[in-house]
Ligand binder design. Sequence first.
Ligand SMILES: [Zn+2]
Ligand SMILES: [Zn+2]
Length: 86
Amino acid sequence: MLKLKPSCECCDRDLPPDSQDAQICSFECTFCATCAGDRLAGLCPNCGGELVRRPIRPPAALARFPASTERHFKPSGCEAAARQVS
Ligand SMILES: [Zn+2]
Ligand SMILES: [Zn+2]
């Protein structure tokens, strides 16, 4: 089951469970669409895997299986990835 992390690892922007802007890799490293596209070129800086849009959990399911509230802010990983891309 997805954890639905609450924020972007690169910029710490809030990504609520119903956000269309959340992007995740297969390990559920979580980024906003801006960081995933502009800074990371669609690749996770932690594992190198592809980033895809996180599916929205329907509200009824979210009530039974709430989203994670644990933030994972790791800007250093994102800067390393940005240097490789540029
Ligand atoms: Zn971001
Ligand atoms: Zn990853």
